[in-house]
Every structure is written in C-alpha cells, then in structure tokens.
Design a protein around this ligand. Sequence first.
Ligand SMILES: Cc1cc2nc3c(=O)[nH]c(=O)nc-3n(C[C@H](O)[C@H](O)[C@H](O)COP(=O)(O)OP(=O)(O)OC[C@H]3O[C@@H](n4cnc5c(N)ncnc54)[C@H](O)[C@@H]3O)c2cc1C
Length: 438
Amino acid sequence: MTASDTPTRVVIVGGGFAGVACARGVSKRHDVAVTLIDSNDYHQFQPLLYQVATSMLAARDIAYPLRRIAADVDGFEAKRGEVVAVDPTARSVTTRTGETYQGDYLVLAAGSQPSFFGTPGAEHSFPLYSLDDAERLRTRVIQAFEEADRDPSLIDRGAIDFVIVGGGPTGVEVAGALAEMIATTMAYEFPAFASRATVHLVNHGKELLSMFADKGHAYAARILQKDGVDLRLGVGVTEIGPGHVTLSDGSTILTRCVIWGGGLKAAPIAEAAGLPLGKGGRIDVRADLTVDGFPGVLAVGDVANIPHGKDKLHPQLGSVALQSGHAAAETIGARIDGRTPKSFSYLDKGTMAMIGRGAAVAQVPPGIELHGKVAFAAWLGVHAALMTGGSNRVDAFKSWAEDFFGKERAPQPLDRSGTPRMQWEDDAVVEATAGGEA
Ligand SMILES: Cc1cc2nc3c(=O)[nH]c(=O)nc-3n(C[C@H](O)[C@H](O)[C@H](O)COP(=O)(O)OP(=O)(O)OC[C@H]3O[C@@H](n4cnc5c(N)ncnc54)[C@H](O)[C@@H]3O)c2cc1C
C-alpha cells in the first residue's frame, strides 16, 4: 500500500469471540483498518460467567480490556459504544451517543440475549449472559443468606431456595457450582442454617445435557443429585411469581431467586438491522458468512444462523463463534483480492460441560464421550487455552487449584456499587439496593 492508498475500512460490532477473531484476522493485512465497537470496554469469556456468579473466579479473571487487545495490533482500534441503529446499505452503524461508523465491510458479531419464550415474570429472573449478570447473581445469592440470617422465618418461605431453569450446559454448570458453593463457602460462613438451602433444577426435557449421549445425561444427573440438587425433569416453568415459581405439573417451589438458563435469541441489533432473520431471530447468512443481497455485510457467531450443510445450522458455541470470526476475516480478504470466498467449514474439537469439582462430561471427535476426572482435566486445559491474556490464565488456574484443594471459595464481598437490583419480595417486586439492606 502506498501513502496515498486508502485502507479498506472494516467496522465490527461486538468484541466477543467472533468479533475479536475477525478483527485480529483481518488486521493482519497492512491494507485494512478495523474499528471494533462494543458496549463494554472488555472482552468477556462467557463460558466461565457461572464461576464468577458462584465465587469461584473473580470478574477480572474472565474479562480483558478490548483496547489492550487492539493496542497490540496495527490498524485495529477499539471503541466503546452501544450500537442502536444499523444501515446495511451504507454499511454504517450509529451508537446511542450519536457516533456513526461507516466501513467498506460491516461485520455484525453482537452475540445473544436471553429468550424467555413469553414466560410470565421471567424478566425478574437472573440471566447469565454478561459480567454484570454474573456479579448481580453472586450478590443476590449472598444477599439471600444475609436475609435468612436476619430473619430465619424466611427460610421456610424460600429465602435460600434457588431455582435454575434449563438443563443445558448453562443450567447444569450453574447448578453444580452453586450447590458446591453452598456446601463449602456458605456452610462455613452461615453454619447455623446453610444446610437448609436447596438448589432446584427444572428442565422441560427428561434428560440433562441433551447434546451428550445417554451415559452423559445419567452421569450429570448422578453428580448433581450427589451434591443435593433437586432435579425436576420433564416439567417446565409456566410462571415466575412473587416468592415462587409455578411448574407445568401444577406444583410450586418457593423461591426468591430464579436463574434463567432456559434459552437464547439474537442480540437486539439483529432485528434493528432489518436483515433477513431466521431461527432465534438470528441473521441468516450465506456459506461465506455474508448476508444475501448485501455482499459487504457479514454476520458471525451467536447473532448469525450459519448454515451447516443443506438444512442444518451451526449451534451457538464459543468454538463456532471463534472459527466463524476467523472465516469472516478470510472472506473479506478474498473479496479485497478479487478471489471467490470459501464456504465456512467448522472443525469440531469437542463439546464439554463441568458439573462440579473433578466432574465433567466431554465429547470429543469421533463421538468419544469422557466422564469424570479425565473430562475435567480436558475442560481445564481447553478453557485455559481459550482465555485472553496471560494474567487471566494464571489467576484462573490459581483459583481453580484453590477451589479444588481448599475447603471454601475465595471471599467475595457483596457488591455495594449501589446499582439497583430487581428482587422478589413476598408479594411485590421491589427495587432493592445491592448490599443486603433490603
Ligand atoms: C453461561 C454460558 C456458558 C457457556 N458455555 C459454553 C461452553 O462451555 N462452551 C462453548 O463453546 N460455548 C459456551 N457458551 C456459548 C458461548 O459463550 C457463545 O457461543 C459465544 O460467546 C458467542 O460469541 P459471540 O462473539 O458471537 O458473542 P458474545 O461473546 O456474546 O459477544 C458479543 C459482544 O457484542 C457486544 N454487543 C452486543 N450488542 C451490542 C451493541 N448493540 N452494541 C455494541 N456491542 C454490543 C457484547 O457486549 C459482547 O461483548 C456459553 C454461553 C453462556 C452464556
């Protein structure tokens, strides 16, 4: 590129696995300038949010500043801003504070948001999709024990009953980690009554971790039951009300804390973009990850329906997001060079879920399923390798070792930031200030 040449501009919305992989890939070219916009100033490692929510890891272990990632790469800048409008024809986006970014290519990588499937009251549950969600949930759990300490009569009204909706990896991982947090840390800090706390896991399907084989379902159920989790399988949550949830078999569970692992849909900008949408409100893309009719617009990761063969779609997984981000960078590179872009081809390196200390399920190609300590070791290795930033990796390993060998988890004080938290009281939804003074 000569000094007079203008670089090709690539604008990316979302600094998750997909957006960062695309930005890194495309900015390897000296003739490209990348601007990545995210509503947060950090890249978060979503698969470990549940560990922040249950005091196993600190927030800083799973978040890495996007500006640092960009600073290490020429031609890559990170901007903080919430994108609220997308013009696919102009390939431009506008943030809530009014800045507009326009590119020769626009890559949408904004991820997912919880889908409540119209369940009444579900908006008062605790989703687990961002660092804020994880810290809010951790605060709520600790706050629930503080409330029970102050007024033990609340225990019979569900004060320390925690209901998790969904028996996929998110629900199972949270259930296992929360049960262990209660049995170790809370039992140590609230010895008078922690044993009365219960984690309930409600799942529509009869099996947990449906993407694994039968042995994996049974293994997950056995480990969770051993940890005292009350499994309610084959029933759905039909309503989340003040102080209780109602299940499809007509029964109720008294609770003041419902954790939503029940489903996801595309981030709001998918709809705002006015592009063709398919399953889960996600943006339908072609095999080269561009959007039909908009060759300069690509969608990757969780926000996209990425075709897998003729009639299947790739699932919403970190590994799919990462690889589709790399592939989007290749598509853009091919277009700049006047080559025909390749179709996205996913290399399945396996799926895994951690259920508790030394307990995990892993499915590795070609269809081999591992359980127990071997799967747990694989889980540790894969997650550490995927983390961004050496210090995050070291801190996470230190915390995992402490958790594995120690009696209780690292101290995690209540979040006293003053952020309003929604929580259920007996007969009304009230705005409570974090800090346990509700
Ligand atoms: C609790 C949990 C556990 C999981 N466990 C696993 C696992 O074990 N293995 C696995 O493979 N996958 C797992 N996943 C799925 C995996 O995390 C996702 O598939 C992956 O993070 C998707 O990456 P992404 O880059 O598409 O989106 P994200 O990682 O969600 O990143 C999207 C980014 O876009 C930003 N953004 C959104 N909207 C806007 C906007 N309007 N303006 C600006 N920025 C915006 C967000 O702030 C975010 O940084 C898990 C997910 C969750 C929630």
